[in-house]
Design a protein around this ligand. Structure first.
Ligand code: Z5A
Length: 217
């Protein structure tokens, strides 16, 4: 699907990272860069992005179901994703928008796979079922040591169900993300998110600029 793109079809860009990696501030920066290049951008997020998806997000991140089984967590992520794809992402791409998404399926491999221990091939089964051949065109992975991320995120008054996990969980998530990046270096560009914001944003601007130059037609 996305790999045999026509000129009218949009582009699908995702941003990933561990706890406190700085996705929120950098997503706004990426949107600005794309819009300055004349692209029509649809910003969205996972889990969520649609009314039903946001309701599923509440179930996943809230504290009502703290003992949720790992498979349930994974299936809810993909249920929200199916809705998101059908109702929002695919129609936007078909209309030529640049979809900028805060997390996508790499997060399922990192959190439910590497973090919770669900085998990659089981996740890949759902990926194929829900997405077919669709994969992001470009993914920016904001990477930083877990302690720095936790320190940055630490000021939140109400940690969600994931943010209550141990350091060891987030170490596994980070390793999971880095394995994906090592496997798919063309798609997944690793950004060192540990220095000052302007240094991080310079790296991001370079990646976006290079992507725009190689895909503008
Ligand atoms: N999840 C999953 O398990 N499986 C899936 O398939 C999907 C998701 C799709 C919700 O995600 C949870 O869902 C997530 C994974 C799981 N759980 N966790 N953890 P989320 O993306 O909504 O939640 P989040 O990861 O906690 O994101 P966040 O709260 O938006 O954090 P962030 O965007 O990465 O960080 P930030 O708020 O931009 O920055 C944190 C602080 O650091 C803030 O005060 C900034 O001003 C500061 N900051 C940022 N950059 C810098 C630099 N460079 N220097 C100094 N300070 C900085």
């Amino acid at each position: 699907m996305m790999n045999s793109k026509t000129t009218e079809q949009g582009h699908f860009i995702t941003v990933e990272g561990g706890e406190g990696a700085g996705k929120s501030c950098n997503l706004a920066f990426i949107q600005t860069l794309l819009e300055a290049a004349g692209k029509r951008v649809l910003f969205t997020r996972e889990p969520g992005g649609t009314p039903l998806g946001e309701a599923i997000r509440e179930l996943l991140l809230g504290h009502k179901h703290t003992g949720m089984a790992d498979d349930t967590e994974l299936l809810l992520m993909f249920a929200a994703r199916a809705e998101h794809l059908q109702r929002k992402i695919l129609p936007a791409l078909e209309q030529g928008a640049w979809v900028l998404c805060d997390r996508f399926t790499d997060a399922s491999f990192a959190y439910q796979g590497a973090g919770r221990g669900i085998a990659d091939d089981r996740i890949a089964l759902l990926e194929r079922f829900v997405q077919g051949e669709l994969r992001p065109d470009l993914t920016l992975l904001l990477d930083l040591p877990v302690e720095i991320g936790m320190e940055r995120a630490g000021n939140r008054s109400q940690p969600d169900r994931f943010e209550r996990e141990e350091v060891s969980f987030f170490e596994k998530v980070r390793e999971g993300y880095l394995r994906i990046a090592a496997r798919e270096p063309e798609r997944v560009r690793v950004i060192d998110a540990s220095p000052a914001l302007e240094v991080v944003q310079q790296q991001i601007a370079d990646v976006i600029q290079a992507y725009l130059e190689s895909h503008d037609g």
